[in-house]
Write a protein that binds this ligand. Structure first.
Ligand SMILES: *Cc1c(COP(=O)(O)O)cnc(C)c1O
Length: 358
């Protein structure tokens, strides 16, 4: 006898990238920031008191929201803190999508989106990206025709790293009849003048997802947030969100992280430099690599390498280097490589070069 809903019985669960316990492995597979978090975060951790653990945390994660409001120049009622960005995705679906109505996505993108849609009993309306991973011209019209109340768009795009500029996001928000959630999980690594947050003042259907997992080196903390007009944010913050999904430790440590942007910014600058080096080197070896504004590169294996992406993935793993290979029709000849420290990237390139010579 099984008791779960049919939809749950028939769906596949999210498959996370491997998380080996061996610390000698060079992990370039799950887009973590290769640099440590701010020392101020570790200081804040040391001051967590027994009393703050005995009591329930601030329901809104007030300390964190105050720092985020300062950082972005918005009001705290335009922000909601969540248990990782992933929780915000789930809450956006719960809040804006009547069960059974379709959720709009571009394909390929974050593999969690269809899973969250399935749990909600919603079909997914998928629009295939063009060959260069750009959005097809008819994207908003197609989603409007399908009656999509919520579109999830990752920008910079995963897994290609391609960035849609703010003007294009503004046009998309104007054109879409439903809510546009721009998933900016990787935006910290984009060129610094890219700014979508200022658009929320003029677009009442535009919401932004941010996370401390990537840019602030805090994937283990589980802290993300949404930015948007209060009319979009407050139904989540005041109604659909769990009362205490952000714990007292995440509230304090998240605030400490945003209060010390210098450490994080230095890591972003390093990632940008190394991203360029990886891109240039891989292109020099014949790989197809789109311009990335994220902390990873998507590398298409050259056909004259006479090696499949899957076998290169396995060869790298044999050398103690993990990257990501997606076994789907459009991605099976590609490797997604997170940008590491210079030493990690050297090791990656050395192993890769050996594989290609074989
Ligand atoms: C990492 C990521 C998120 C959010 O991750 P959290 O760790 O839950 O904050 C959201 N979208 C994409 C595309 C991501 O890669």
């Amino acid at each position: 006898m099984t008791y779960e809903r049919d939809i749950v019985r028939h769906m596949a669960g999210y498959v996370p990238g491997e998380q080996p316990t061996d610390s000698g492995i060079i992990k370039l597979n799950t887009n973590e920031n290769p640099w440590p978090p701010s020392p101020r975060v570790i200081d804040a951790l040391a001051t967590v008191s027994a009393e703050s653990l005995r009591r329930y945390p601030s329901p809104s994660a007030a300390a964190f929201l105050a720092e985020a409001a300062t950082l972005h120049g918005v009001d705290t009622d335009q922000l909601v803190a969540t248990n990782g960005g992933d929780e915000l995705l789930r809450l956006a679906i719960t809040t804006f999508v009547p069960p059974g109505r379709p959720i709009g996505i571009a394909e390929p993108s974050y593999s969690l989106y269809p899973i969250l849609a399935a749990i909600h009993d919603s079909p997914v309306h998928r629009v295939a990206l063009d060959d260069d991973w750009s959005l097809p011209a008819g994207f908003p019209d197609e989603l409007n025709a399908a009656g999509v109340p919520l579109t999830l768009l990752v920008n910079p795009h995963a897994p290609s790293g391609r960035l849609l500029n703010a003007a294009a996001i503004a046009r998309l928000a104007d054109a879409l009849e439903g809510v546009l959630l721009v998933d900016e999980a990787y935006v910290d690594f984009a060129d610094p003048d890219h700014d979508v947050v200022s658009l929320i003042a003029h677009h009442d259907n535009l919401m932004i997802l941010r996370t401390l997992s990537k840019g602030y080196s805090l994937a283990g903390l589980r802290l993300g947030y949404g930015i948007g007009p209060a009319s979009l944010i407050q139904p989540i913050a005041a109604k659909t969100r769990d009362s205490y999904s952000v714990d007292a430790v995440a509230d304090q440590l998240g605030a400490a992280a945003l209060a010390d942007p210098g450490t994080a910014r230095a890591s972003w600058a390093s990632v940008r430099r190394e991203r360029q080096r990886l891109t240039d080197t891989l292109r020099g070896w014949g790989f197809g690599v789109p311009d990335s504004q994220a902390n990873f590169c998507l590398a298409q294996v050259p056909t004259d390498a006479h090696r499949s992406a899957a076998s290169i993935y396995a060869g790298l793993k044999h050398d103690g280097i993990l990257v990501r290979h997606f076994d789907t029709p459009r991605l099976q000849d590609q490797l997604r490589i997170s940008v590491g420290t210079p030493a990690q990237n050297d090791a990656l390139l050395e192993s890769l070069q050996r594989q290609l010579e074989r």
